[in-house]
Structure formats: C-alpha cells, structure tokens
Design a protein around this ligand. Structure first.
Ligand SMILES: [Zn+2]
Ligand SMILES: [Zn+2]
Ligand SMILES: [Zn+2]
Length: 142
C-alpha cells in the first residue's frame, strides 16, 4: 500500500485514501491527512469565533453598501459571484459552513473561501490569503 507523510502529524498515512482531494491545491490533495484536517477545522470553529465576527462585519458592510456604486457594479457584472458570496458568508456566520485549514500550507490564519464553481456556494476550498491570491494570479495567466 502506498503511503505519504502527513505535513502536519508527520505520520505515514495511506495514500491517496487518507487525504482529501482538492482541485485548487497544486498537488491535487489537501495539505494534511483527513484526521488532521478534521482536527484543524474543529479547532478553527471553536477557537476562532472572532473569524465569524470578521465575516459578519464584512457581511454587514456589504449590506450597508448595497446601493454603493461599487456594489451595484459587482452585482450587475458578476451576479452569480455576488449571490454566491452572500450565501457562503451567511453559512459561515451561522456556523453551517466550517472552513478547514489552507489546503496548500495548513494555516488557519487569514482564511478565504475559494469557489471553483460559483453555482455551488457551499462547495468551498479553504485557502489562506497568500495562496488564494497566488491561485487566482496563476489562473489568470493560463
Ligand atoms: Zn496528519
Ligand atoms: Zn496557504
Ligand atoms: Zn478564489
């Protein structure tokens, strides 16, 4: 059986069964094993309530600015993306959607919810700010 060393717990984990697949990740797989991923997601949801507040603040701001030029432009130009982001943010605030660690580096700091498909708002890939920007920059070049 093939194994791969998990970047987080350093254990030899059966590969590919012990790792979540992820299209946004360069390797095609999540940074750490399924167990570590679960633990990190749990930790994130328990310890980082402030993240929910940060999302909530952003959400309130978006709503307040519903009629601002920028929001109107976004909404008319990318209606699907706009709708999608709203649904995701609401799910995160309510605790229905829990982000795991960044699939590239495993950090739980500065997490973004990346969408492969804007018609599936609850299918998100957790990426840190750095790797999220990197992913979009790379895709733009293709
Ligand atoms: Zn692990
Ligand atoms: Zn990262
Ligand atoms: Zn993205």
């Amino acid at each position: 059986m093939k194994t791969k060393v998990c970047s987080k717990c350093k254990e030899e984990i059966p590969f590919p069964d012990g790792f979540h697949k992820n299209r946004a990740s360069k390797s095609g797989y999540v940074f750490c094993c399924k167990e570590c991923n679960k633990a990190a997601a749990r930790e994130w949801s328990i310890l980082n309530r402030s993240r929910f507040r940060a999302y909530k603040r952003q959400y309130d701001k978006d709503n307040r600015e519903k009629h601002s030029q920028y929001t109107i432009k976004c909404r008319t130009r990318y209606p699907e993306r706009y709708r999608c982001r709203n649904i995701t943010t609401r799910a995160i605030i309510k605790g229905n959607l829990i982000l795991g660690p960044c699939v590239e580096c495993g950090t739980t700091e500065d997490l973004h919810a990346h969408h492969e498909d804007y018609s599936k708002p609850l299918e998100v890939t957790p990426l840190c700010g750095t790797h999220h920007r990197q992913l979009h920059a790379e895709r733009q070049r293709i």
